[in-house]
Design a binder for this molecule. Structure first.
Ligand code: AGP
Length: 364
């Protein structure tokens, strides 16, 4: 991509619209139909190494940390390796036990975020194996890690990350498939995931074609002083990222909670002035998510659902195309990027350069 604005009013809008092409680029040349797996040339991890991994720990900051949370779930689901994500900034200060059987993954758009780089350096000093999942080729984190995956999102100029987040999650999907097929993921499941991955670019275009509806919805919710974002399991990191996106560009206060935690406290906040955005995929938790919508409705809360089918209890539903359950998080946040963008636009915010933020935080 060039830095030409191509008719878009902001880089954020341009980059949101580049996502179908960006995902296509992340997949290109990597799918191996013969063995229902993917080739990840730079991984530097042979089958024996991959089988020896006992845990995966993903480290990143901000949006990249949220991508890592989805990635950890994908790896745990598809490769059955216990996995989690943690903010790199916290990890490096708590004197963590560095385990030789753990595969560490540093995730970063810029590849220059100081907290992530410092965590990588500390891990390397203690003899850990660290991979990078990075966008900027040749960046410090890409150089310091033992191998990794370039996410190929292309240049991202807007301070607020959109297309890179999506490509990070797709890249985690590729890694999860790769590790899964070395371990216990069946040929049939490998094929199923590959088919799902191949559908993504067209499904992203389908979501973006719905832009006018999302712009209208942004108008409906722009009066909110505060918003709640909820989701369960696969939907929870999507809710967290959408909440961060709204905060960053619109400066509207937003909270993200697992829908299952509502009754343990945050339900007290629900009233008409505090709308809820709910991530409601058609998966094994659909009924549980619907029950949460009922609880919110019973307290007169306004609800905007992002779902695979219209949700009766919601005031509005943005319907997104269904993919494989494991890959649904890739798509469900995309309309909420547009929601954040249009809300900020209606409020006259400096969308590409939100106050107090830098694209890459290269200091502590
Ligand atoms: C993204 O919208 C943010 N501005 C921010 O959270 C960012 O993701 C974080 O600073 C990490 O940056 P990195 O991916 O370049 O490491």
């Amino acid at each position: 991509e060039s830095y030409d604005m191509g008719g878009h009013d902001t880089y954020m809008h341009k980059e949101i619209h580049e996502q179908a092409d960006a995902v296509d680029r992340a997949l290109r040349g990597r799918i191996d139909d013969r063995f229902s797996t993917v080739h990840l040339g730079g991984l530097n991890l042979d089958a024996r190494d991959a089988r020896a991994v006992r845990r995966v720990k993903i480290l990143g900051c901000g949006t990249s940390y949220h991508a890592g949370q989805i990635g950890a779930q994908m790896i745990e689901e598809l490769a059955r390796i216990p996995s989690d994500a943690e903010p790199a900034s916290e990890f490096r200060y708590r004197n963590p036990v560095v385990d030789p059987d753990t595969l560490y993954i540093a995730v970063s758009q810029s590849g220059e975020t100081y907290d992530v780089l410092a965590a990588v350096q500390e891990l390397k000093r203690k003899g850990a194996r660290v991979l990078g999942l990075v966008n900027v080729v040749g960046s410090a984190i890409a150089r310091e890690t033992d191998g990794g995956i370039y996410v190929h999102a292309g240049p991202e100029v807007c301070v607020v990350s959109t297309k890179c987040f999506t490509n990070m999650v797709v890249s985690f999907g590729l890694l999860a498939l790769h590790l899964g097929r070395i371990r216990d993921l069946s040929v049939a499941d490998g094929k199923r995931i590959i088919e799902g991955l191949r559908k993504l670019p067209a499904q992203i275009s389908e979501i973006l074609a719905n832009e006018a509806e999302i712009e209208k919805l942004a108008g409906e919710y722009a009066d909110a002083k505060s918003m709640m974002f909820i989701g369960r399991v696969r939907g929870y990191p999507v809710a967290r990222e959408a909440s961060l996106k709204l905060k960053e560009v619109s400066y509207i206060h937003a909270e993200a909670y697992p829908a299952s935690e509502l009754k343990h406290g945050p339900l007290a906040l629900i009233e008409p002035a505090m709308p809820t955005v709910a991530i409601v995929p058609d998966d094994e938790l659909l009924e549980k998510n619907r029950a949460a919508l009922e609880e919110i409705k019973a307290r007169s809360g306004r609800i905007l659902a992002v779902a695979h089918q219209v949700q009766e209890k919601a005031d509005h539903t943005i319907v997104v195309p269904k993919n494989e359950d494991e890959l649904d998080p890739i798509l469900m946040g995309i309309p909420l990027q547009l929601l954040a963008y249009y809300t900020a636009k209606a409020m006259g915010r400096d969308i590409d350069k939100p106050r107090n933020l830098a694209k890459s935080v290269t200091v502590e």
